[in-house]
Design a protein around this ligand. Structure first.
Ligand code: MSP
Length: 511
């Protein structure tokens, strides 16, 4: 069976991780975990993009060799994955031999088949973006800020025949409307492709940039960093060996909107097509985290450090916030106030308090054992109905990548259990001498327990540690498969509950 293969972009090794990097990993992790719970065998790749001018310059500034600088950054980014509880199966670094070999293999193949040729190039070059520019890149007659210093130069370089595949790509995009998610992005790409595209300069002379993968057919040059970086998606899964087909094509490349055009929507499909490799099934393009309306980025100096946040509030609060706030594909503004509100109201009040109340009451009224549900009255019927619509809606929302609405629905269900507890009021039932009230009391505890089990089952891919704690406190195991887990039943009857604990303690000012 082919593995379900998901990837993130590989982060530039020229800075520290910020909220944007962390979000992309959590989003991909949620997708990977959902697929595993649904029974897929998943392969999840993330990694680090280590070549190029920015890395070389950054290392120089710090008195390090580029490799030393990358080794340090790799430690930091890998720690980010660990701290975020990312369940990646592999981590690729583009300085690894397994990657360089595949890049050189593809270059050699393209060169031998005439897909790459040498030519003189005279034009404008952006040192910041490491790319040649065209007159049409000017805005109001000037080079936009993002290009940094722009110089005029003539250089002999190697070019990949991108332009000859332009019509093929247009046709592909028109006939594969699910290739890019959200769909409106396809229109943007087709708009971009209305103008003729140039062949891609895939070399950099060593005298200008030495930190890159040498061209196998001309040792005076290294490979352009994007050509090198994109290949990570196939070098990591042993392109060239039979096992490659166990994973390829990728089911999702998860990327931010800034790297869709031209890299992932134009270069990558054409590179694959020219190499006779199938295209990935879907480019999942997420939006940006903004800070006061500006993109969060190293160069803006407005980054939120995810590791600091996690240290203060815990990993699940972070994972919950980014998945609850971001509508995949749109931008979202980070605000500490909103973060605290979500933390205290959704996680603390709705979920955390429910767990505490349930544990307290089961200790007090049922000797720490989850009773059997003895009756089924309107209040029970109502919560069970809410569960069945929640489960149905959430499954559909998850398959449409509408995670923020899925979480909203799950929390509506959690609030439903709280309301149920209020209405049943076990503390009042416990005082009654009527035998039916004893049954109601037992039923109320059983219902709260079952509701919590179901909520934790659905929440597992989003907040795995919290869900494990909740399930353990119900005397159940962590969920590793969703099979047969969603029907309302009496799995928990007779279980001893765990010790009381506070799931989400109050915090002040997390950032
Ligand atoms: N190295 C390239 C990707 C090569 S993939 C073959 C790169 N690196 S990056 O470090 O700049 O960005 C890594 C990922 O983080 C990208 O998908 C990018 O869109 C995402 N984000 C960077 N800043 C972001 C935000 N402020 N918000 C959300 N994600 C953004 O691009």
């Amino acid at each position: 069976m082919k593995a379900y293969y998901v990837t993130t972009a590989i982060d530039y090794a020229n800075g520290s991780p910020h909220l944007g990097h962390a979000y992309e990993k959590v989003l991909t992790d949620v997708i990977a975990r959902i697929q595993r719970l649904q029974g897929e065998s998943v392969h999840f790749l993330t990694g680090l993009d280590e070549h190029g001018q920015k890395v070389q310059q950054g290392a120089q500034r710090n008195g390090l060799t580029p490799q030393e600088a990358c080794d340090r950054t790799a430690v930091e980014f890998k720690k980010l994955c660990r701290d975020l509880q990312i369940s990646n199966d592999d981590y690729i670094r583009t300085t690894e031999p397994r990657h360089k070999e595949v890049v050189q293999q593809i270059l050699t193949d393209f060169y031998d088949r005439g897909e790459i040729y040498k030519a003189d190039y005279k034009g404008y070059y952006s040192t910041r973006q490491e790319q040649f520019l065209l007159e049409k890149d000017k805005v109001d007659g000037k080079w936009p800020e993002i290009f940094g210093e722009v110089i005029e130069m003539t250089e002999s370089n190697y070019f990949f025949r991108l332009s000859k595949y332009q019509d093929w790509l247009i046709d592909y995009l028109k006939t594969n409307e699910n290739f890019i998610f959200p769909k409106f992005r396809t229109k943007q790409v087709l708009e971009f492709l209305k103008e003729p595209i140039n062949d891609l300069c895939i070399s950099r002379p060593k005298e200008r940039l030495s930190w890159g993968i040498p061209l196998p057919f001309d040792s005076n040059y290294v490979t352009y960093v994007w050509f090198d970086a994109l290949i990570n998606y196939i070098s990591a899964i042993e392109y060239g060996k039979a096992s490659f087909n166990d994973k390829w094509p990728a089911d999702f490349h998860v990327i931010g909107k800034d790297i869709l055009l031209p890299a992932h929507a134009v270069y990558w499909p054409i590179m694959l097509h020219a190499a006779n490799i199938a295209l990935p099934k879907c480019l999942l393009v997420h939006g940006w985290w903004l800070k006061s309306g500006e993109k969060m980025s190293k160069s803006q100096g407005n980054c939120i450090d995810p590791l600091q946040l996690i240290e203060k509030v815990g990993v699940d609060a972070f994972r919950y916030f980014v998945m609850r706030e971001m509508n995949v594909g749109q931008d979202s503004d980070f605000s500490s106030d909103l973060f605290l509100t979500r933390y205290h109201s959704d996680l603390g009040n709705d979920l955390g308090n429910l767990v505490s109340r349930f544990l307290n009451m089961t200790e007090r009224y049922a000797d720490r054992k989850i009773p059997a549900a003895a009756i089924d009255e309107d209040l029970e019927k109502e919560i069970k109905n809410l569960w069945s619509t929640t489960e149905k809606d959430v499954q559909e929302l998850l398959s449409n990548l509408q995670f923020h609405i899925a979480l909203e629905k799950i929390f509506t269900f959690v609030r439903g259990i709280n309301r149920y507890a209020e209405q049943r009021a076990p503390w009042k039932l416990a005082k009654s001498t009527d035998p039916i009230d004893k049954q109601r009391l037992e039923t109320s505890l059983a219902t709260m327990a079952e509701g919590l089990r179901l909520a934790a089952t659905l929440l597992t891919p989003f907040i795995p540690s919290s869900c494990k704690k909740i399930l353990n406190s119900l005397g159940a195991n962590e969920i590793t498969s969703w099979k047969d887990q969603f029907s309302w039943d009496s799995k928990l009857t007779g279980n001893s509950i765990g010790e009381k604990f506070i799931l989400y303690p109050r915090v002040e000012d997390p950032v």
